[in-house]
Write a protein that binds this ligand. Structure first.
Ligand SMILES: [Zn+2]
Length: 279
């Protein structure tokens, strides 16, 4: 059964993306299709008759008051309504639906051209480092080295499916290399990606393009990891230290949001370039 096309609701509207004087206000829309997992989710049913439950702490069957009360954890039957008829499934059927042919604690690697994979996948929400076992033999280290060699090739994508823990659904993953270590990054499946919007293209003039490139080259700076630390942790520590000493902590005002760019883009880029060169 094909998933119904769902119009993606924006996760945040009127976000201001600013680069110096240039500001774009735009909406953030989840890259993953909303409700893409709904078809694989089953309802919890009454233990004594297959009546779908609602999330309550304690469940008393609306169909028959002698069923229950049950705590939610005691409800073991599962099912789903299909065209108005409730279909109940067994625990074994549910487990088979979930895992399919993916073995637990296994990742069978397939290799594809990276450009084909990059076009239709996006990173998911988790990354794991892969390290050799504590008692790994020289042969295992060699195998690790071989896989790392293959995963480091930017023209190839090493893909597989894996089940992180018993009972969870298989995830799609890709092997990459970071700082000499193999990492496993989850991917959003192509079928779970929301269709992308078609965006009206208003071409930049040659002058604007040239200015943008010159500007970007003048703005580029060395990346310093120390400026991207977890500031919340640092502020919490400073706040607690100040208050413990009996001092009121200074509360920083939030940065103001820039207004969208309405003036001529070339003028703005020119002004920014002058500022950058004067600095
Ligand atoms: Zn019941």
């Amino acid at each position: 059964m094909a998933a119904k096309p769902v119009r993606q609701r924006s996760a945040g509207s009127d976000f201001a993306f600013s680069l110096g004087l240039v500001t774009l206000k735009a909406d953030l829309v989840p890259a993953k299709q909303t409700g893409s997992d709904a078809e694989s989710q089953f309802n919890t049913l009454c233990n004594d008759c297959p009546t779908p439950t609602k999330p309550n702490q304690v469940y008393v069957c609306p169909n028959d008051a002698t069923h229950g009360p049950y705590k939610m954890g005691e409800l073991t039957r599962r099912g789903k309504e299909v065209d108005g008829t409730l279909v109940e499934v067994t625990a074994e059927e549910l487990a088979a639906v979930k895992t399919g042919d993916v073995a637990e604690k296994a990742f069978a690697i397939s290799i594809f051209p990276a450009d084909q994979v990059d076009k239709v996948t996006l990173p998911g929400d988790a990354v794991y480092r892969i390290r050799p076992r504590k008692d790994a033999s020289p042969a295992e280290y060699k195998t690790y080295g071989l896989l790392r060699e293959l995963a480091a090739d930017p023209t190839k994508a090493l893909l597989g499916e894996f089940i992180l823990k018993s009972g969870s659904t298989p995830k799609m993953g890709r092997l990459l290399v970071f700082n000499g270590q193999i990492v496993l990054q989850t991917l959003i499946r192509p079928s779970d990606l929301a269709p992308t919007d078609s965006i009206d293209d208003v071409p930049l003039s040659e002058k604007e393009q040239a200015l943008a490139t010159t500007l970007a080259n003048s703005l580029i700076e060395d990346f310093d990891p120390a400026t991207w630390t977890n500031k919340v942790r640092e502020r919490a520590k400073a706040l607690l230290a100040a208050k413990a000493d009996g001092n009121d902590a200074a509360v920083a005002a939030a940065t103001t949001v820039a207004e969208p760019t309405t003036t001529d883009l070339a003028d703005l880029l020119g002004a920014m370039l002058e500022n950058a060169q004067a600095a």
